[in-house]
Write a protein that binds this ligand. Structure first.
Ligand code: GAP
Length: 440
């Protein structure tokens, strides 16, 4: 049997639309640039990605969860450096008015959009934060920003969490939430969008111990992607060279995934020093120091190791990695998403052979039982072969068929997505069978 991988982002975007994973935002109005809506299967998959991260990152004694608001005091962004420094150098074509990131084009060449020569403006800094107004009066004092990263919500809550939860260093705070960036060159489906979700964790450590903490978190985060089913050969580390480090970091490295358009950043692990806490302490005038009882009540600002992964990018990598076309061009060609079962939006499909009593009654009963533990789809339309293919395309690991033999032997056929083998299982053994197979 031949098997090929995903060749282009268009294939995955088309499957996502056709099968209800991801739609363009406001599609009926012609769409809104680089904003996407997760459909019924997409939202399940996204929830699975988040659950996997939340469980890995917060079901441990040294990390607490948080859900900070998207709108924050404007001074947060002054302190963090985003108002002055969160910008990309932008050039405009004077002819067609297209905008480019200066580092993405050769300004000595013609415009890639209209072909005009010597048409580029001088580069200028373009701040990537979206701003809006808070309250009824529109003046400068009411200007607030949509957060461009979730991390600052964690920094400004450091003392709240440390004191209320009586945490001792080292400990972390984790959160999942929306972030917004007015990207100049978004694209590649959901890879770079203007509204996205981040899953970030700040791990607070004693100064001087940041190197070993960073090594530990690098290992844990890499393993998380492997545990989600990504193939090791599709992942690599790309350290940031010293001269390219962000203003807040003393070390940084990315986990890249081999997307169809090439290698791209999926997660960053950053050693952020005490930059953020120091800035917030200075700008707010509040004391954010930690009192180290284990070290003679010494007072200091902790250093921070940050792990930051885009939920949408991790999800995109999971989809790209799982995509296979078997026996391409042959009569028995099938497209299958070989998702790790914990990521599969639908765990079990229940299919009565015919839309007739008493098969349908048995199927209904089975759905009601199984959905107490797993997301189930009831599928009664079309031939069994077609129904299997549809479930393969959305990555459902198991299909259960109820046929006329079921009436005799109280058993069903269960079919495995990857091997396509079928087994006969007694209905009263199904629960144990699924529990064993869907253990994660
Ligand atoms: N707090 C650190 C921080 O925000 P970042 O490297 O700018 O660091 C972290 O972003 C992660 O967020 C990236 O690795 C990526 O997965 C995701 N991300 C950033 N910008 C994105 C965008 N425009 N669209 C989708 N995901 C994005």
């Amino acid at each position: 049997m031949s098997e090929s991988n995903l060749k282009s982002m268009a294939d995955i975007a088309s499957l996502c639309k056709r099968r209800g994973f991801i739609f363009q935002s406001s599609e009926v109005y012609g769409g809104l640039g680089s904003c996407w809506d997760y459909g019924p299967l997409g939202v399940e998959l996204k929830q699975n990605v988040k659950n996997s991260w939340w469980k890995a990152m917060t079901y441990r004694p040294d990390i607490e969860g948080l859900d900070a608001s998207i709108l924050m005091h404007p001074q947060v962004w002054q302190a963090s450096g985003h108002i002055d420094g969160f910008s990309d150098p932008l050039v405009d074509c004077k002819e067609c008015k297209s905008r480019f990131r200066e580092d993405n084009i050769d300004v000595t060449k013609p415009c890639t959009n209209c072909g005009a020569k010597d048409s580029f403006t001088e580069p200028r800094d373009f701040n990537l934060m979206f701003s809006t107004q808070m309250g009824a009066v529109e003046d400068d004092s009411s200007k607030v920003y949509l957060r461009p990263e979730t991390a600052q919500g964690i920094f400004v809550n450091f003392i709240n969490v440390q004191q209320t939860m009586r945490k001792k260093l080292p400990f972390g705070i984790a959160q999942i939430g929306k972030a917004f960036r007015n990207e100049i060159t978004p694209g590649n489906f959901i890879f770079r969008t203007r509204e996205f979700e981040q899953m970030e964790m700040q791990f607070f450590v004693k100064p001087g111990t940041q190197k070993e903490a960073m090594e530990k978190w690098k290992e844990i985060r890499y393993q998380w992607h492997l545990d989600n089913g990504l193939r090791p050969e599709m992942l690599k580390w790309v350290p940031h060279p010293d001269d390219k480090l962000a203003h807040y970091a003393d070390a940084a490295t990315d986990i890249e995934y081999n997307f169809p358009m090439g290698w791209g950043e999926m997660e960053g692990v950053h050693s952020r020093t005490d930059f953020d806490l120091k800035q917030h302490q200075e700008h707010s005038g509040k004391n954010l120091t930690y009192v180290d009882q284990a070290d003679g009540n010494k007072k200091y600002l902790p250093y921070v190791i940050e792990t930051s992964v885009g939920c949408d990018r991790a999800l995109l990598a999971i989809l790209c990695d799982a995509y296979r076309v078997e026996n391409e061009g042959e009569k028995d060609e099938r497209t299958v998403l070989k998702l790790h079962p914990k990521m599969a939006p639908i765990k079990v499909a229940v299919m009565p052979l015919m839309k007739k009593a008493p098969l349908v009654e048995i199927a209904d009963k089975l759905v009601a039982e199984i959905q107490q533990s797993y997301k189930v789809e009831y599928d009664v339309a079309g031939s069994i072969g077609k129904r299997y293919r549809r479930q393969d395309e959305i990555g459902t690991p198991y299909c259960i068929t109820i046929d006329y033999d079921t009436l005799e032997d109280n058993s069903v056929t269960i079919r495995d997505r990857d091997t396509m083998t079928q087994e006969r299982i007694a209905i009263d053994k199904l629960d144990t069978y699924l529990r064993e197979k869907l253990k994660f």
